[in-house]
Structure formats: C-alpha cells, structure tokens
Write a protein that binds this ligand. Structure first.
Ligand code: EPZ
Length: 418
C-alpha cells in the first residue's frame, strides 16, 4: 500500500503548470460516445477516474489509447449499452454515461454510481431530466433499465443546479428531436467546457455558464479535437499549500476567474496574489489571519471542493473562521483527521469553526475522500515533524501527481510504500 510522507516547515517556491480539469474531462469522455467517430482529448490528466472512464468506454466497444498528454477515443465500434456494476461503483461520473448512451443507442442499462462519500448523493434529478425527454426508466433490483428510442426535446426545470444532472440532460438532449431548454442549470466552468466540446462535434448547444441551456437535438455529430480547461480545484489546492507553508508560487495554465472566490479568501487571509489571463502568483510568509465566513455554494459561489484545503490552510491562522457547507450534507470527514495533528475545529451540523492554533504536529492520518486527502497534505506542509497520509488511492482519483508537484515547489514530500 502507498502513502504520502511530508516533512513540514519548508517554504514553497517556483512555477507549475496545472493539470487538465478532472471534472471537465470526465463528462467529455462520456460525450465521446455521441459521435461514433474519433475524438482527441488534449491535456487529459493521468488520473484513476480517467482510467475508469477508459475501462467503461472499452467495455462499450470503443477503442481508447493515450498519446502523451492526449487521449484518443474511437467510438465507431461501440456495440453495447450496459455498464458493469463494479465500474459504476468506482466513481460518481459513471452516471453521466447514461444520457450519452441513451442518445446514441436508444437504450441503456447500468446500476447506481459510486464516488466520494459526502452524504446522500441521489440521482433523482438526472432521472427526472431523462424522463422529461421521454425515456422510460425501470429502477428495480438496483439496476436502471432505460428505453429512449424516440427522445423528444422539452423544457427541463432542475430544482437545484446539479452539475451532473445538467451534464446528463445536455448529452441526452443531443439525441432528442427538437429543442430542449434546461432551466436552473449548473453554471460551472466545466459545463461551459462540455458545451465547447459538443459544439466542436457539431452539436447546437448554447447558454452554458448561464442558468438556461438550450440544445437543438438530432444533429449528426462527428469526431473532434479538444483541449480541456485547467483544473481550478487543483490550482486552489496548490494556492492553499503555498499560503499555509509560505513562499512564492506561480501557477500556469488555469483561468484565475474560475477560482476568484478562493483567491479572494486567501487575499483576505493575508496573501499577496497577482493574477492575469492564465497565470496566478501567490506570495506570503505563512502567517495567515482568520477570515469572514466561508459558505459553499454552486458556481460562482465558493466551491465545496476547495472547502477542505482552505480549512487546512487556516489551521494556524490568527483568529477564527467559520465554514458553512451548503452543497453536501456531510463533507467534514477531514476534521477528525486534522484534529490528530492538533487542529482545533468545532463542528455543529453543516457549520465548522476553525480556531487557529500556534502549531501543528505531524501524525499518521488517513484520506477518507479525494479533497480530504489533499487537505491532509496541506496540513502536513505546515506541521512540525513527519506526517504520513494513508489511503492515497482517494487522492489518485483527482490529482495526477500531488506529491511530485509539491516536491517540484521545494516541499520535503514523497510517496512511499508502507
Ligand atoms: C460534481 O458532482 C463534482 N463532480 C463534485 O466534485 C462537486 O463537489 C459537485 O459537482 C458540486 O460542485 C464531478 O464533476 C465529477 P451535484 P455532482 O449533482 O455532479 C444534490 C470532487 O471533489 N443532488 O451538483 O455529483 C447532491 O446530493 C467532486 O471533484 C440531488 O439531490 O454534484 C448534492 O447535495 C466531489 N439530486 C447537490 O445536489 C440529484 O439528482 C450537488 O450535487 C443530483 C444532485
């Protein structure tokens, strides 16, 4: 089993190019089945979740191969519409294949998705959207059996701007005759990137980035080449690491506007941040102060995926900071692990109050999900002594080389066999 070992106390210095966005490339890989041709995904990060998508695509009869930073998907040979349960359980994004397969094959069979345990994660809005388009869905025995030969464009109103439900509706609507309007759609940058990809395949999709997305379905789609956006949550993780450890770090290849709320929070905590176009530079001495309450919300609000790493950066801050987790019911599993390092965090339901402490000490801790793992590494960078983060399989799902990247910035960190 592998772990990440960190010796705390080193400042971070240098420049890094941020990987392609996990939460953009996963729905894009699902969308590849819509065209029946060859798609080249540039800057496709090397992640376990990308491997899982590859395994699903191969199971469906597609050919998948990597050429350096690019992933090529040829879906001309697709001859199945089912996904095995073990592949579905490996990640949440497996469910995004449902809309794509339905649009391509008129039928689909799969089980409920897995993914990070962040409290209840129902797919009722996904199924509502597909049923609105005319799909018949039988949910018995833990399997979703879906028929949708004659999908028809319609209005879909989401009760909350779910990222996944918006993506599933966009993909299924590409295979529906007529116009679909998705109201109260998610506005994340990854949704905009998916729209750009679909447009390159010849789909008529507009409005991504706003709450109303319109899809003119039934267009014949073709293969294309697409470069993914930079991963704003990986960038947020490295900025929080630099803020906590102190130093001078420059990130390239990510749009600073995609993480403006994270940048504003770190500036409030005392960091100097200069950003323009596709560059963000943070300088700081590691002495942070408590900030105004951080309330997570759908984009453009503060991203729930950056909540844990910002919390970890503020553990030694002067004063207190209140966090309110509004997107997921239980996304504080990192708190008890951080407490093993001497953190002082008071929890009450969806509210966590971080009371800054003078020092942290290294400890053996365990990642319970992807962003928890990253937060434990950020805490380890500022702790006295050695921190060993176990269960890093969670981290590998979303970070191409967390330890390697931080080592390139001067951290005393490495992956070890335990
Ligand atoms: C996406 O998950 C991201 N994953 C998550 O990132 C991210 O935390 C989340 O959006 C919110 O920003 C990917 O893009 C692969 P949602 P998703 O549907 O699509 C409820 C990470 O760390 N809901 O917007 O699952 C749901 O329970 C991951 O990279 C329903 O009630 O998020 C949650 O409380 C973790 N019914 C809220 O909506 C539904 O049918 C937001 O979920 C769907 C969702």
């Amino acid at each position: 089993m592998r772990a990440i070992t960190v010796e705390g106390g080193r400042r971070l210095r240098g420049e890094l190019t941020v990987q392609g966005a996990k939460n953009s490339v996963l729905p894009i890989l699902a969308a590849c089945v819509l065209c029946g041709g060859v798609c080249r995904i540039r800057r496709c990060p090397r992640l376990d979740d990308v491997e899982t998508c590859g395994a699903i695509l191969r199971h469906l009869g597609c050919r998948v191969c990597r050429q350096g930073e690019d992933l090529l998907v040829d879906s001309s040979g697709m001859d199945r519409w089912d996904i095995p349960d073990d592949l579905m359980r490996r990640m949440r994004s497996s469910v995004i294949f449902l809309g794509a397969i339905l649009a391509r094959c008129g039928r689909a069979e799969l089980s409920y998705p897995g993914g990070c345990e962040l409290g209840p994660r129902p797919i009722d809005l996904h199924l509502l959207a597909l049923r609105r388009l005319g799909a018949e869905i039988d949910e018995s025995g833990g399997t979703l059996r879906c028929r949708g030969e004659g999908l028809r464009g319609t209005e879909i109103v989401l009760s909350l701007p779910s990222v996944g439900a918006t993506e599933n509706a966009m993909l299924a609507a590409c295979g529906a005759r007529g116009t679909t309007v998705i109201c109260n759609a998610a506005r994340e940058p990854e949704i905009v990137d998916l729209q750009r990809f679909l447009q390159k395949m010849g789909a008529e999709v507009r409005g991504a980035g706003t709450s109303t997305i319109t899809v003119e379905g039934g267009r014949r789609l073709r293969g294309c080449c697409h470069r993914c956006i930079g991963d704003r949550i990986v960038a947020a993780t490295y900025l929080c690491a630099a803020a906590a450890a102190g130093g001078d770090v420059c990130l390239k290849g990510v749009d600073y506007r995609h993480l403006s709320t994270v940048i504003a929070a770190l500036q409030q905590a005392g960091c100097r941040i200069v950003s323009r176009d596709r560059m963000i530079r943070l300088t700081g001495d590691g002495a942070l102060r408590g900030i105004c309450p951080v309330r997570t919300a759908p984009y453009p609000g503060f991203p729930t995926d950056a909540q844990a790493v910002l919390m970890a950066a503020l553990l030694r801050s002067e004063g207190t900071t209140m966090f309110v987790e509004n997107v997921f019911q239980s996304r504080y599993r990192h708190v008890s692990e951080l407490a093993r390092m001497g953190a002082d965090i008071r929890l009450e339901g969806r509210v966590a109050v971080v009371c800054g402490v003078p020092r942290l000490r290294g400890a053996a801790v365990r990642a319970t999900d992807l962003r928890c793992g990253a937060a434990l590494v950020v805490a380890g960078l500022q702790a006295e002594g050695t921190t060993r983060v176990e269960e890093i399989r969670h981290i590998k799902r979303g970070y191409g080389d967390l330890a390697g990247d931080l080592a390139r910035l001067g951290a005393e960190i490495r992956e070890t066999e335990i």
